[in-house]
Design a protein around this ligand. Structure first.
Ligand SMILES: [Zn+2]
Length: 351
């Protein structure tokens, strides 16, 4: 292979490790590699990634694009070999203007991404990978291991005489992106393993799910009622439930009264049956408050930290009919926000 074609490059230090970024001669095609491209393995690991400025730059959480890019970076970094092409083609190739129109329809009219494209008379996917094919052929590469879940991308390369081994990516699901991922799977043909979904609905017994709820049962330490105190706001809170409930009344005397409740169930009752008004911004901060206290709990107790990390990669589910928001609603119809936050914190601690 000849790589003389790419003489302009620099190191790219990232929190995943150091990569190299190459000038492809085209501002719309960015290319990074895990190591010197002269040392690519055969067949090389390749990710052909279309840009999504919403998630990649502005950190939006309602799609999986940035997650996929990071996963691909992780995969090629682990192997210390491989290329990622980052192509400037927003909105499945229809451009940012159309993408904004489509997302607006999804938000205002409740359409899914497929229906929104239909509504706008847009073809579902007009992404083009020809320039990547050109670069690969310049490098004399005709067989690759492609990191993708998208069958259309696979056929495009195969139609251009590049043979493919598929490397599937693990999907990161969140309450905010699950509907989008379901549409990608069901209407756009992406091969997605929505383990979280299957797990929640009990569809796939091969996926390892850990269900928790009662504090005296296995994995009871995931319950906010478990007897693990946390230290936050310069005070000790008997359980994470105490902290979470009291923050509905942060900086009032009632916050302190709840902190002193003898049991977590009492802290909960006091908050739920209170005649004091809950702080007006509670809806917008309740997730971050829960995250804050869970992070404290699982970093301030080394044994819990270890137990949480040990559960990777199982799906964590708060299994209860009593809660459709923090829990799974008993039948998978709930959002499982507590399980999701715990898995988020787990991946942070593993890093
Ligand atoms: Zn995206």
């Amino acid at each position: 292979m000849s790589f003389n074609y790419f003489t302009n490059w620099c190191f790219l230090p990232t929190f995943l490790g150091t990569f190299r970024m190459y000038d492809t001669g085209d501002e719309n095609i960015r290319m990074i590699s895990a190591d010197d491209i002269n040392r690519l393995k055969t067949p090389p690991l390749i990710r052909v990634h279309s840009s999504c400025i919403a998630s990649e730059i502005f950190k939006s959480i309602d799609c999986d694009c940035a997650d996929q890019l990071l996963t691909a970076m992780q995969i090629i970094h682990d192997e210390n070999s491989g290329l990622i092409f980052h192509l400037n083609q927003e909105g499945r190739g229809q451009g940012l203007q159309n993408k904004i129109k489509a997302i607006n329809l999804m938000q205002q009219k409740g359409l899914d991404t497929y229906e929104a494209f239909e509504y706008l008379n847009l073809k579902q996917d007009v992404r083009n990978y020809q320039k990547v094919i050109d670069i690969l052929s310049n490098l004399n590469i005709n067989k690759i291991r492609l990191i993708t879940n998208n069958p259309k991308k696979i056929s495009f390369f195969e139609d251009n005489n590049i043979s493919i081994d598929i490397i599937k990516t693990k999907i990161v699901t969140r309450p905010q992106n699950i509907d989008y991922l379901r549409t990608k799977k069901n209407k756009l043909g992406h091969k997605l393993d929505l383990s979280n979904d299957s797990c929640l609905k009990g569809l796939d017994e091969n996926i390892n799910c850990i269900k928790f709820y009662e504090k005296d049962h296995p994995y009871g330490f995931f319950s906010n009622f478990s007897n693990h105190a946390v230290y936050l706001k310069n005070k000790i809170w008997k359980t994470s439930e105490h902290y979470y409930q009291s923050q509905k009344f942060a900086d009032t005397d009632y916050e302190e009264e709840i902190r002193k409740a003898p049991k977590p169930s009492m802290a909960k009752d006091m908050a739920e049956k209170s005649s004091f008004p809950i702080r007006s911004d509670w809806k917008s901060i309740k997730i971050s408050t829960m995250r804050e206290v869970l992070y404290a709990k699982f970093t301030q107790h080394p044994d819990l930290r270890k137990e949480l990390i040990k559960t990777d990669p199982s799906i964590l589910i708060e299994h209860t009919e009593n809660d459709h928001y923090w829990g799974d609603g008993g039948n998978g119809s709930g959002k499982n926000m507590l399980g999701n936050l715990l898995m988020d914190i787990r991946s942070l601690l593993i890093q």
